[in-house]
Design a protein around this ligand. Sequence first.
Ligand code: SF4
Length: 467
Amino acid sequence: MYAVRLWSVRHARALHRAYEFFSRFAPYFAPLARAVGERRAAALLRPVEKAAKQLLFDCRMCGQCVLSATGMACPMNCAKEMRNGPCGGVRPDGNCEVKPEMRCTWVEATAGTKLIAPDHRAHPTPLLPAIDVRKHGSSTWLQVVHGRPDPAFQPPVESRQVAAPDIGSFEKACRSGSFVVTVEVAPPDSADPAALVAQAAKFRGLVDAINITDGAGGNCHMSSVAASAILAAHDYTPVYQIACRDRNRIAIQGDILGAAALGVKNILCLTGDDVSQGDHPQAKPVFDLDAVSLLHVARGMCDRGTYASGRKLETPPDLFIGATANPFVPPFADRVANLEKKIVAGARFIQTQFCFDLQLFEDFMKEVRRRELHRRAHIIVGVGTLGNAKALRWMGAHVPGVHVPEVLLARIGRAANQTDEGKRACIETIRALATIEGVAGVHVMGHRNEHILAEIIAEACPRTLAE
Ligand code: SF4
């Protein structure tokens, strides 16, 4: 079955033509389908569609087929059911983060799309809405016969609802054009907020905002929404990270409203790491939304003042909404298209994965500038250190989506003081990034190395900042 699926992607152009032929002539059968009756037509067509699509595409009959927009690679075969492009955890060989024995579905989708449309990068695949579970098992072919192929692509979001927005300090800093600095803090394994506040205090006066991770690596900690609210109450500027892994759209929208009510003004939408690497590998991942559909839902709440269902909010939240990007893993050439989708869906700032490879990042930024994406979103580049070469090597090998070049590992590994050398390399990276057109700032990360991160920020970005 898997081999046939790969064959279908290799023959995406021919299959796409066959689908175009079918969708042109299928509506002629609509009167017949109506005469037979909708239910009977579905009962006749469904088993044929299921058998054909299962054989060719490992189809799950989601009822919202998008094969022709995804290079004939079914996104339901993605381990996180991503509908809008690859996650940030694709392995260096192009295999899946969650199922390493399988090619990443989106690497396949990119290959298939190239066959269908050689200029595909100029026309990225449209935004696809989150899956509607009520349609599972229904026939997409019948929708084509009736001339109403699903899904309807999402319309662009409208402009900000809140009349005189009390723009938060992080958004102000981004808009000011100064080199912004954010830092990542993992919430504690504690019901006492003191440890979190003490961690944040190390960065007072040094950063524009503090990102609060949401079960990073699939590990359980204090909730990101609670930790963000605690920091907001202590006069810090949190960026509340929301992972789609652990909550469905009902819970996430409730949390977004709750966070806004508690003074949080910035959110970062991400899909989330797989659970298998965390401390609860037995947990059931949710992935009801992907990062792109979450962005669209969040912008809809802020800009249209509605839930995803369309129901009106009494008071919409007013949030500065961001997303992540990973220019350092395959499919490299299509990472910018994925970034563009996130910006179209509503991201106004972007924070990247760790940048240890400046050349890869410069290649990415060339294409970002060519598409003028840096004018539509503030691009903040992930940097950091873990203190020594052994820890960095472990991260490169075990943390999905982190690429650490051998040359950097060798440099830090042969240093007499590896912590100092890691710090120096990070400061050099920050200074180099500051010269790249389109870079709005840096996002400093380094688990359990807060004091080193504070030293790096103080040395590389010596300014009086908003925090
Ligand atoms: S690497 Fe990510 S995007 Fe690719 S198939 Fe696996 S989960 Fe899906």
